[in-house]
Design a protein around this ligand. Structure first.
Ligand code: PMP
Length: 440
């Protein structure tokens, strides 16, 4: 039966078409969703011609801003030569990309399996840990988010993101090392690192068979609310999992590629993981997931496995362009410098508005945790929603996260300039003032 061709032009028609033809679970942000039309650098324009400063980067993915000319150039050139091969055949962009990645990856991580999303890269990492250790139990962190598959949602430590109700057995969760809400001491200090580490070991000894395949963690918990573990945590966690014969899988999907001010988040803790997972900013907006490990671990996977689109030459061209531009522009340093300015501005706002309970993050993965009252630290999802909407009115796009949706996320392109950051702070300041007036 032939269907009438859809004539999508006006904004409302686009939304109506989506409502009719997409799963309702494809949820958009804001009371009145934005229909995006165009983007350049940190700026995007919606279907009605309104311009916004994009300080959420399509969930930290447009790492070089929108439509970077080098990405456009490389992708277009590749598209004209060869668009697809599958992993049945070798292709130069995949080989070149894997080499570039090995050059910047920590320690001896040098062999990559390419897929198309963070979720797939996580699945690859966990399957690899099962195969490499011959074990079947995984220890994750509470508040974790690692993707949308059945396995990945079982690893999540976040009820809202576990829609399949933990279909995979053999996954347990240690305490999230969350200094602002430290269960041991306020303010959290070095002595708490021992307690978080003890909890991890206790989880291994009491909720697994004592032989875990792996400990998996994000270096900064993204969906959990940009929770930055205290100094020393990952050194202890890696020691503990290795003492019990398991591998350390580090999820750098949000924190990789200069985002934190270093190439990879884990470098802040001076630990080399056994397996590292990347996606989002890796290819400046193209769908690439990557799992990297040491050759002796990769060699253990002898069974058949394939990803039809993994290592696709077009996605790899974008990945190469992203890595080259990041290196040439020293994106990690820019993230560090702009991040410092943004934190200073956000802390000044926290001084004016007591409902900004904490400003935290590293580089350009920054957050403000909003509370009802700084003394009780009661979560304030209402204020977070109000701030997001007020920032939208000011033409500034931000993100939301945290178990209670009370953490506002700030994560622009890694190439954002000082002027653009200042402009974002001005807009954020006006949005905060509005929230204070409306919900004092
Ligand atoms: N790991 C982390 C830390 C993430 O933030 C995400 C996505 N938000 C994923 C994995 C899954 O990535 P994707 O949505 O590309 O499957």
């Amino acid at each position: 039966m032939s269907k009438k061709p859809s004539t999508v032009s006006m904004r409302d028609e686009i939304l109506e078409e989506e409502r009719r033809y997409l799963f309702p679970s494809v949820n958009h942000m804001y009371d009145d969703p934005i229909v995006m039309e165009e983007g350049k650098g940190v700026w995007v324009r919606d279907h009605d011609g309104r311009e916004y400063l994009d300080f959420f980067s399509g969930i930290l993915t447009t790492s070089l801003g929108h439509c970077h000319p080098r990405v456009e150039e490389r992708v277009t050139a590749q598209m004209k030569r060869l668009g697809h091969t599958s992993t049945l055949y070798a292709n130069a962009p995949q080989a070149e990309a894997a080499h570039l990645l090995a050059d910047i990856a920590p320690g001896d991580l040098s062999q990559t399996f390419y897929t198309n999303s963070g979720t797939e890269a996580i699945e690859t990492a966990i399957a690899l840990a099962y195969v490499a250790t011959g074990r079947r139990e995984i220890v994750a962190l509470r508040l974790a988010y690692h993707g949308r598959s059945s396995l990945a949602t079982s690893v999540a430590g976040h009820s809202g993101w576990r829609p399949l109700a933990a279909t995979h057995p053999g996954i347990t969760h240690a305490l999230s090392p969350y200094p602002y809400r430290c269960p041991f001491k306020s303010p959290c200090d070095d002595s708490c690192v021992d307690k978080f580490a003890q909890d991890l070991e206790e989880v291994i000894l009491t909720t697994t068979n004592g032989q875990p395949a792996a400990f998996i963690a994000e270096t900064i918990q993204g969906v959990g609310g940009y929770v930055v573990p205290p100094p020393g945590y990952f050194q202890r966690a890696a020691e503990i999992i290795r003492k019990h014969g398991g591998l350390f899988i580090c999820d750098e999907v949000q924190t990789g590629f200069g985002r934190t001010g270093k190439w990879f988040g884990i470098e802040h803790w001076d630990v080399v993981p056994d397996i590292m997972v990347m996606a989002k900013g890796i290819a400046a907006g193209f769908p690439v997931g990557a799992t990297i490990t040491r050759p002796e671990i990769a060699a253990v996977w002898k069974g058949k496995t394939i990803s039809t689109f993994g290592g696709n030459p077009i996605s790899m061209a974008a990945h190469i362009a992203a890595l080259e531009v990041m290196a040439e522009e020293n994106a990690p340093q820019n993230a560090k410098d702009r991040g410092r300015e943004l934190v200073a501005g956000m802390e000044a706002l926290a001084g004016e508005h007591p409902w900004i309970g904490e400003v935290r993050g590293k580089g350009l993965i920054l957050a403000m945790e909003l509370v009802e009252d700084p003394a009780t630290k009661k979560h304030s999802p209402q204020r977070a929603k109000a701030l997001l909407e007020a920032a939208k009115v000011e033409g500034l796009l931000l993100g939301l996260s945290g178990l209670f949706d009370n953490v506002v996320r700030v994560a622009p392109s890694l190439l954002v300039t000082a002027d653009e950051s200042q402009e974002a702070l001005d807009r954020l300041g006006r949005a905060c003032a509005l929230v204070s007036r409306e919900t004092p």
